[in-house]
Design a protein around this ligand. Sequence first.
Ligand SMILES: *Cc1c(COP(=O)(O)O)cnc(C)c1O
Length: 406
Amino acid sequence: MITVNEHYAKLQSSYLFSTIAKKVQDYSTKNPDAQIIKLGIGDVTRALPQACITAFHAAIDEMAADQSFKGYGPEQGYGFLREAIARHDFTDRGVSIDPTDVFISDGAKCDTGNIQELFSAGIRVAVPDPVYPVYVDTNVMAGRTGFFTDGRYEHLVYLDSTEENNFLPGLPHSPVDLIYLCFPNNPTGQTATKEELKKWVDYAHEHKALILFDAAYEAFIRNDNLPHSIFEIPGAKEVAIEFRSFSKTAGFTGTRCAYTIVPEECRAFNKDGEVVHLKPLWNRRHTTKFNGVSYPVQRAAEAVFSSDGQKQVKELIDFYLENARIIRERMSVLGFSCTGGDNSPYIWIKTGQDSWSFFDLLLAEAHVVCTPGSGFGSCGEGFIRISAFNSRENVNAAMDRISGVL
Ligand SMILES: *Cc1c(COP(=O)(O)O)cnc(C)c1O
């Protein structure tokens, strides 16, 4: 008899974005003239940088001739891209990362979801609340949690990110082995200083734990004092894996290219307490289950690091950051307390009522769609997330409308 993985039955249906879509649909049907502006979903809206497009086209032309055609490439990514990443993202910022520590993939979603395969079933896992749901659901599927009761999975350790701790969770009260962190954070937009990250690196050393650091939004950091990588913290290479993506940095959400850094030194332990390095394990998983990102996409990604590419990507992110500044400023003027939006595309707003009521209010009165914070975890209740990914015109119009009704 073929039986299913029963852990899947524990998963909560990811109702957040489908519920939003349904509410918007219902409202549009009843109010066909309403011009709805969507500031909800975390997807970019502007075209790929020209440098990427040029490289993309040239690489496709290479595929069109037998002499330059490429079949399977290295599963871990082409050397040209791994080297460009190691140099520009790390070595130039004073962090030595070997190109072979860089694993190219088709998304940070897959990588943050797949990485837990390397660890045993019995480990204790800590996740932030509110949270990017991938970290939670993949551990549920792997059987590392109990059932979902009272808004949380049993056996998971939740790291509360609240107004009281300025959305920077404290160390767990009970010991944990695996810790997911994301800065600049989705959904709160909060960033972490070096001192803040050092606290976690020290914890990981002390408790023989490992940190999974999601830096998908590092390109939005404009404050020079904030770290872009957890590897800027001394000692982090032994205890952390970092995830990055071209998705938000360079508009690659539909093109697909990301990378994971597993330093040579990075370790876990076997059941006898002996050190096991994680790089060979991840290499084995990656080469067994993945066959590489397409050559033209890797050439397009490489172009992000050219001097034209760097200028264009900066302009792209500056554009979204200006949207974020406008949203934050105008919501603040209305008396709302806001987090994020300065080194992040997300603004996390305290609503003074429950998340869905405020969502309904914005939709009905201002025809603006946001994301209810409660959809990201119980600590998100009472908050909404507004995203800066839209045109300037739409952002200004949305803020004018909100200002008119609140
Ligand atoms: C958008 C996002 C990613 C990137 O995912 P890709 O699969 O690379 O597009 C990763 N982590 C978080 C928290 C995100 O919001």
